[in-house]
Design a protein. Structure first.
Length: 484
């Protein structure tokens, strides 16, 4: 197909790369607060991105109530700013349609170019509206209160990209020949699969990789509500503080002990979901099997707050067990079994297992369904019993799946989650209950030590990646298989 293209089509293909890069930059940068062209005064939250400015009018104007009431600025100016921000990122979304259609056939490319042209014009219209809103805000009678400041660099960044997309798509549209009248809109299967995967990749980027931009706080002496500048840049001060400050070093050792013990117990019992799935598959009654699976899976959908409410109703000093023991004369007074640090790690393990074993077994149930049934038939002919088939067929068939899950558990041994430990935390068990995720939360949100908590979270992520590749290497050497 490439050989049949004319010289102009080949040149247009290269120009498409420029347009696609421009569209991709616009999409990525509209999620960065530091590049928001809508931050036209100090009343616009510094943490707002262009995307947020165009979808949440309440967030855009949450700091403007007094300014509206005092008449320093007109609310209509912020309505224009909100609508313009919305129009701007809609224009970016329309140009993204062009980027997707540009990998189709000739007829789809020509249609996609109109989306690129239209989207670029819409984006420029939105940017013009943002400038109009700024001129109105700049006309305030109290500039010392409003502090109007037009983000020219950010505005030019998006405007130049819009111009580039507009020019390139116009040039491409003029260079591409007209398709045959009976031509259909077509795209190669590999590109269709790529476009189907693209939304999930975008979500993964937004929620998994974009937050890594916050790692920069680990290198500043930052306070909530402050700014990042060269004046409060401290380099690796927070990294060295872990080793220089004895109290912090002691806390980290204690937290790591709790984290690794809980992760170790989780890894040691990671075979339970697989065993549950194996025995569940041996239930002959379909009605009973569905009931057991549903009953075991439901706890996964109960929040940890409600789980703690259940624990409180059963194990508190006025709970079911204490009331039963007191009424029967076995105890003189009720006992709160949720207090104290005795056996706390095993209590947390038990609650986590009860909540997650049914849900974790689903992947193994799917694995059992994929085992060749002829193996069971052959084993039956050979006289194998039920437990022999479970041991020699079902279990070996699930081992590859189990090893993948085990590697993921090893890689995530520093991440125990926070919800469970936060709701069960109290003054009597915090010494053995404080895991790394809960420690980072309390350090950053409760105590306000945002740089230090960011640094610890950053180190945890790096160590987790190292552990993943280490476990993968060991698996490849031992089993000859890897997941990365």
């Amino acid at each position: 197909m490439e050989k049949n293209k004319t010289g102009k089509e080949r040149i247009a293909g290269y120009i498409y790369y420029v347009a696609r890069i421009g569209v991709l930059l616009s999409i990525v940068m509209m999620f960065f607060p530091g590049l928001n062209p809508a931050k036209i005064c100090d009343f616009v939250n510094k943490t707002m991105s262009l995307f947020t400015s165009g979808i949440s009018y309440g967030s855009l104007t949450e700091q403007c109530v007094r300014a509206f009431n005092q008449g320093w600025i007109q609310e209509s100016s912020f309505i224009i700013l909100f609508i313009s921000s919305l129009i701007t990122w809609i224009g970016i979304a329309i140009t993204a349609v062009m980027g997707c259609m540009s990998i189709g056939n000739l007829k789809m490319k020509r249609l996609g170019n109109w989306f690129g042209i239209g989207g670029a014009l819409v984006q420029m219209l939105g940017l013009g509206g943002i400038y109009l809103a700024y001129t109105q805000v700049a006309a305030t009678t109290r500039p010392e209160k409003v502090m109007p400041n037009f983000p020219l660099q950010n505005w030019l960044f998006f405007f130049v990209i819009a111009v580039v997309v507009l020019v390139t798509t116009l040039v491409i549209q003029l260079m591409l020949p007209k398709p045959a009248e009976d031509a259909k809109y077509e795209m190669e299967s590999k590109f269709k699969l790529f476009l189907m995967f693209l939304p999930f990749a975008a979500l993964c980027f937004v929620f998994s990789y974009l937050p890594l931009y916050g790692w920069r706080y680990a290198f500043y002496d930052y306070q909530a509500g402050g700014t990042l500048s060269s004046e409060n840049f401290v380099g690796f001060q927070w990294f060295t503080m872990l080793f220089q400050n004895e109290a912090t070093r002691s806390d980290i050792v204690r937290v790591l002990r709790n984290t690794l013990v809980m992760s170790g117990l989780g890894i040691a019992t990671s075979w339970l979901p697989m065993a549950f799935a194996i025995f569940l598959s041996e239930i002959k009654s379909q009605r009973m099997k569905r009931f057991v699976q549903t009953f075991a899976t439901i706890p996964n959908f109960i929040s940890w707050v409600l789980v703690y409410a259940i624990a409180l109703a059963i194990f508190s000093s006025e709970g079911f067990i204490s009331s039963l023991m007191v009424n029967s004369g076995a105890w003189e007074a009720g006992k709160n079994m949720l207090m104290g640090d005795s056996g706390h790690w095993f209590k947390m393990l038990a609650w986590g297992t009860w909540k997650g074993v049914g849900w974790s077994a689903i992947i193994y149930i799917a694995g059992i369904a994929g085992i060749d049934q002829q193996l069971y038939e052959a084993a039956t002919v050979d006289g194998a019993g039920r437990f022999q088939k479970m041991w020699h067929i079902t279990l070996p068939g699930l081992i590859p799946t189990y090893m993948v899950m085990l590697l993921m558990a090893v890689a995530g041994c520093l991440s125990n989650g926070m919800d469970q430990y936060m709701v069960f935390d109290n003054a009597t068990n915090t010494n053995v209950n404080m895991v790394l995720d809960l420690y980072v939360y309390k350090l950053g949100i409760v105590n306000g030590a945002i740089p230090l908590s960011t640094m610890i979270g950053m180190v945890k992520s790096v160590v987790s990646v190292v552990l993943l590749f280490l476990a993968n290497t060991i698996s490849k050497l031992v089993r000859g298989e890897s997941i990365v």
